[in-house]
Ligand binder design. Structure first.
Ligand code: SF4
Ligand code: SF4
Length: 154
């Protein structure tokens, strides 16, 4: 049963949301569109400040979302089934937060009513990362590592 006194992002389970509601959860931080590198010897995964070639690094939106798989075949389609395996998503990702039972931060656009709060929060990649178009060789990306991605313990 849903609690109609609560907004849908709290009253509905993720698997009860409409496509529109699901899409609205994305805060547009752009952090899931940063390329990762993996250490071949240790299997450690690192986040870099090199963004996918389709990411607009100012608006932090995909420049061709509807057709993105034609250009970026390995772009993840975020679904509730995959969420438990997507440990590399940032801790602030709204999908991850709700899936883990947390509330959305005050700067989330659904709470604040504006995208500006995401930019001001410091959690957005706006104007802070490079496009893969400017650093096209993956062999160079290890020089741009910004975060070690911790894998959950079994
Ligand atoms: S990390 Fe999560 S909230 Fe941020 S852009 Fe990606 S899907 Fe949206
Ligand atoms: S194709 Fe679009 S949504 Fe996918 S990683 Fe690249 S910029 Fe992000």
């Amino acid at each position: 049963m849903t609690d109609s006194s609560q907004p849908y992002w709290y009253s509905k389970r993720l698997d009860e949301m409409t496509d529109e509601e699901w899409e609205s959860l994305c805060d547009g931080c752009g952090r899931c569109c940063l390329n990762k590198v993996i250490n071949d010897e240790t299997d450690e995964m690192f986040e870099t400040m090199i963004a996918c070639k389709l990411l607009d690094t100012h608006t932090c939106r995909c420049s061709d979302y509807a057709n993105r798989h034609a250009t970026v075949p390995d772009c993840i389609r975020l679904t509730i089934r995959e969420l438990p395996d997507l440990f590399w998503l940032p801790e602030t990702c709204a999908y991850r937060l709700l899936h883990q039972g947390y509330e959305l931060p005050e700067w989330h656009p659904l709470i604040s009513g504006t995208q500006d709060t995401v930019y001001k929060s410091g959690y957005s990649v706006q104007d802070k990362v490079f496009s893969e178009k400017d650093v096209p060789d993956p062999a160079d990306w290890h020089e741009y590592v910004i975060r070690v991605i911790e894998e959950p313990e079994d």
